[in-house]
Design a protein around this ligand. Structure first.
Ligand code: AHG
Ligand code: MN
Ligand code: MN
Length: 335
């Protein structure tokens, strides 16, 4: 019987194609795998909050129950810190980045940016959430503290990026710039197995994903594009189908598999949109491009944006190439 290969085996087999410090990137991906398993375990218990104690209350050991996004943040930080492959980390949950300066970090060549729990408002209603990560090679000298410049690099400099989705099954999907591969967690064995090799975003997708409640605030080009999606035209497969979960990871994952476009535009209340460039849009942009799709801010390639701050926001149009280009055409015409 031929069995599927594990994530660990895949990393060893493929590290010859990894850019730069191959062994260290392999070890870093293994650390992310470990942290992901730990977060997965906590998320699976979330529904038991009423039994084991709700957030903010003390548990039986007299410890405060932490919010899951803080807990996920702590788990990723401590796991990545303990392994010594990165010199610093930035996260949605922290105002500033952290520099790791112990002796095990003195050779560290990478920095990581994370959204430790994406879609956290969906936890209480038993809907899929995720973790998003982005990895860069540091630009400051090895052996010195990490600097802001290490984190403020354009997405086209990412060495690797990916996400974990904690859904009906838990998956790790990532790219090191050489295609996208998806691994599904087998909880009985405790390993991720390669289930989705060489992922490609389906062209001719029918799904558009956007929070339409924000319609009045949207730019004219996006409003017109949405109306185009809803028009009857059998020749172009319209009307399209609307699907929106409210967890970027889950919306992205579905559209990657089925073909579609995800949009979080700028609006009158959010002039640069809602999503964060460095740990939400850039990693997803790398993945979608590596899967044959496209990601833009409505005009420009996401991966070419020069970031100026850690928590910078950006409008996000991401998915099947022809769908993103159609949305861009409407924006070019109507603004
Ligand atoms: P987070 O839970 O990390 O703060 O991210 C929430 C994000 C993203 O996951 C999702 O696509 C978007 O917010 C949904 O926003 P709306 O509720 O405004 O649609
Ligand atoms: Mn998020
Ligand atoms: Mn988050």
């Amino acid at each position: 019987m031929k069995r599927h290969i594990t994530l660990g085996e895949f990393i060893i087999e493929n590290q010859k194609d990894f850019p730069y410090a191959k062994g260290e990137l392999s070890a870093l991906l293994s650390s992310i795998r470990l942290a992901g398993k730990m977060v997965n375990q906590e998320i699976n218990k979330a529904g038991l909050a009423n039994i084991i104690g709700a957030v903010g209350l003390e548990n039986v050991q007299g410890e405060d129950q932490q919010k899951l996004d803080v807990l996920a943040n702590d788990m990723f930080i401590s796991t990545l810190k303990n392994r010594g492959e990165i010199c610093g980390i930035a996260s949605e949950e922290m105002e500033d980045f952290i520099s790791f300066n112990e002796s095990i970090h003195s050779d560290a060549k990478y920095v990581v940016l994370i959204d430790p729990l994406d879609g956290s408002s969906n936890i209480d209603v038993n809907v899929s959430v995720g973790t998003i990560f982005s990895i860069y090679r540091r630009v400051s000298p090895i052996g010195t503290p990490a600097t802001l410049e290490d984190f403020l690099q354009p997405g086209n400099k990412q060495v690797a990026a990916g996400y974990l989705i904690y859904g009906t099954s838990t998956m790790l999907v990532f790219s090191t710039g050489n295609g996208v591969n998806g691994f599904t967690f087998d909880p009985g064995i405790g390993s991720f197995f390669l289930s989705h090799p060489h992922m490609r975003v389906k062209e001719g997708g029918k799904i558009y994903s956007i929070n339409e409640g924000n319609y009045v605030h949207m730019p004219e080009g996006v409003k017109r594009y949405l109306k185009w999606c809803q028009e009857l035209d059998p020749a172009t497969n319209r009307p399209l189908t609307s699907r929106y979960i409210g967890s970027l990871v889950a919306d992205f994952h579905r559209n990657l598999l089925k073909g579609g476009i995800y949009i979080y535009p700028q609006g009158t209340t959010a002039p640069k949109g809602k999503l964060r460039l460095l740990y939400e849009c850039n990693p997803m942009a790398l993945l979608i491009e590596q899967a044959g799709g496209k990601a833009s801010d409505g005009k420009n390639r996401i991966l070419d944006i020069d970031p100026s701050e850690l928590h910078e926001r950006v409008p996000f149009f991401c998915g099947s190439t022809e769908m993103v280009e159609m949305a861009e055409d409407f924006i070019a015409k109507f603004g």
